[in-house]
Ligand binder design. Structure first.
Ligand code: ARG
Length: 622
């Protein structure tokens, strides 16, 4: 009896811990809402330029609401700094695109404008020539003024997002599938925060379910305390694999496992104690990987916390006719809803399910955090599950219309073209993958610089190795399957984090050389009016810098960090051609040189900032 109380207390204690982390998050959110000062998106040169365009468009067609305008950078053979496409607007006005384009261009040419010089028409496009000097100065001044905050904006100020990511299953090593969720989720956390959201980083641990029945069964049969001491996760994983192999031959043990899970759900003290122990051991193990990836969650609540609410919710759904007890099996079923096939909400033995725990989680998040958006960063294969969850949540009114829920799906990680699985033991363990990447990075760095200081080398190899894994994931389209190709991941010529890191380091070394030759340059004294440029590539580079805040916003709005990667690679490419075209070290004219220094600083800053939004670090030297 005494023992029983103690262990029940253990579950209660765990719930208290959760409650504490929840109030800490609530406090963080409300403080951020009150005190965070964000950069006004409209103050960016790109937006000032667009505002000028909108003003002229309004004048030329005498319409007040022209909506947002998009300026794109035209291909090199077309003259003009930006192109304005009028297709949609023409459609809205019932006018021929080329006629509308001409009206706008004519109006631009009539007017004296601050940022726009003149315009010409090419089909449905208005090609805009800017007042390059002025725009160039505005861009560099903005980048230098804001420094590491350049790119931040207030577009989503005051909004709250819960981002559910990583979410590994305890008693198993984190695999590469969960690595994808972790990497993509963290990039979205950064992007959402950067555009004004307050973000709750929620690690929804898989710490409940029938598999704990299997694990407990295996532990009782074959568990070896000594091995568990030595390497808990490996041993737990082996037990799990052993159970599955054994149950193929002896299917009856699956019933034993199910029964054990039912007992766990009823909070059988002995089983709760075992479960808690597996959970603690696992979390400690996961923390190691999270530390290496530079990730810290706000909460690690997990499914277990919600099991107790599921009964109430299922009963409520039943009362409102959203589900029913199946006569034959006694399980609770939700019937087909339109396109969405029917599914179970409670098992026949009365246990909760992944989906019912998610339903309780959803209700909890809505009530506790009052979010505007909830993102579930989980593999594509769970697409149907989330459709079912969101549909039921809406019908049961746990999910109000104004809360946006999104399943952020992603493809699998393939090994030799095939899917990996814990059960079959073909999973690459994450820690092995990370250390392999760091090792390979070290080899490459050594090839470039064979007498690097060993300690320094280790530090840089860590940054490059971890960056390679993260970038390889994010640069590809999210929904596709990915694989690890070391040559590509560590390619110094492009398409990799190390290419960007290397570009950053290179700019810094140029800046150092410039300082050695010409002395320190105090950029803060560089007034707007003192910035000059000479070549086309300089202006091209500045234009690219101008697009950074907008790129961040688009990546956030489309939930695709991939867009930011494309931008960064284009920026680095432009820098490299500028570097080849212009001799920085031999720029004799002081003003021009200082302006070029400002431009280089700006590029370095944006590369560093862009990578940091992907949670990738940069070394100062390599
Ligand atoms: N632990 C789950 C899995 O590995 C992912 C959980 C995702 N989050 C959620 N709310 N369902 O499949």
């Amino acid at each position: 009896m005494e023992m029983k109380e103690k262990n029940q207390d253990e579950f209660e204690k765990y719930k208290l811990e959760v409650a504490e982390s929840v109030s800490a998050v609530q406090k963080k959110i409300s403080e951020e809402k009150d005190n965070r000062k964000l950069v006004d998106f409209d103050s960016y040169p790109s937006e000032e330029l667009k505002a000028e365009v909108i003003e002229v468009v309004k004048e030329s067609i005498d319409v007040q609401d022209v909506g947002a305008v998009g300026l794109s950078v035209p291909p090199a053979h077309i003259s003009g700094d930006f192109a304005l496409e009028v297709f949609d607007l023409a459609k809205k006005l019932g006018e021929k695109p080329n006629v509308l384009a001409k009206k706008i261009a004519d109006r631009i040419n009539e007017r004296e404008l601050e940022l726009i010089k003149d315009a010409s028409v090419a089909g449905a496009f208005v090609n805009v020539e800017t007042q390059k000097e002025t725009l160039y100065r505005d861009i560099l001044a903005k980048v230098l003024e804001l420094g590491e905050r350049y790119g931040e904006s207030d577009i989503n100020a005051g909004k709250v997002a819960v981002i559910d990511y990583s979410a590994p299953n305890i008693a198993k090593p984190i695999g590469v599938g969960h690595l994808r969720s972790t990497i993509i989720g963290q990039a979205l956390v950064n992007l959402y925060h950067e555009t004004g959201y307050s973000v709750i980083k929620d690690n929804h641990l898989g710490d409940w379910g029938t598999q704990f029945g299997s694990l407990i069964y295996a532990y009782k049969e074959w568990g070896d305390e000594k091995k568990i001491e030595e390497n808990p996760i490996r041993e737990l994983k082996n037990l799990y694999i052993k159970f599955h192999a054994f149950s193929e031959e002896h299917p009856e043990v699956k019933d034993n496992a199910r029964e054990l899970f039912t007992r766990l759900e009823k909070k059988d003290p002995e089983l709760v104690a075992l479960w808690k122990r597996f959970r603690d051991l696992s979390l400690k193990d996961f923390e190691r990987v999270y530390r290496q990836l530079g990730i810290e969650f706000d909460t690690n609540i997990g499914e277990s916390y919600f099991t107790e609410q599921t009964d109430k919710l299922v009963d409520e759904c039943m009362a409102s006719g959203l589900c029913r007890k199946d006569e034959a099996s006694e399980a609770v079923v939700v019937d087909q809803m339109g396109e969405i096939p029917s599914f179970l909400l409670r098992k026949q033995d009365g246990s909760s399910l992944y989906l019912s725990r998610d339903l309780a989680t959803l209700q909890f998040r809505v009530n506790t955090f009052k979010p505007n958006a909830i993102l579930y960063v989980v593999g594509n294969e769970q697409d149907l599950n989330f459709k079912q969850l969101f549909a039921l949540g809406k019908r049961a009114e746990y999910l109000p219309d104004e809360v946006e829920t999104k399943h952020i799906g992603f493809g699998m990680v393939l090994r030799d073209g095939k899917k990996m699985s814990t059960r079959k033991g073909t999973l690459i363990e994450l820690e092995d993958l990370l250390s392999q990447s760091v090792e390979k990075s070290k080899e490459i760095l050594l090839k470039k610089n064979s007498d690097a200081d060993p300690q320094e080398l280790d530090k840089v190899a860590e940054i490059v190795g971890i960056g390679a894994i993260i970038y390889n994931d994010l640069r590809q389209s999210r929904v596709k399957n990915i694989s690890f190709d070391w040559d590509k991941m560590l390619d110094l010529e492009g398409g990799s984090a190390v290419y960007l890191q290397y570009s950053y380091v290179r700019i810094n070394s140029i800046l150092r050389k410039l300082t050695e030759t010409y002395g320190e340059i105090d950029l803060s004294t560089l007034e707007k009016g003192e910035i000059f440029f000479e070549s086309k590539s300089e202006f091209g580079l500045a234009k690219k810098l101008m697009m950074f805040p907008e790129t961040i916003l688009r990546s956030q709005q489309s939930d695709s960090p991939h867009q930011l990667c494309v931008y960064l690679e284009e920026l680095a490419l432009l820098f490299n051609s500028f570097y080849n075209e212009v001799s920085l070290l031999r720029t004799e004219d002081t003003k021009l040189r200082e302006s070029r220094v400002a431009l280089c600083e700006g590029v370095a800053l944006v590369i560093k900032k862009g990578l940091s939004l992907l949670s990738i670090k940069v070394p100062e030297k390599m």
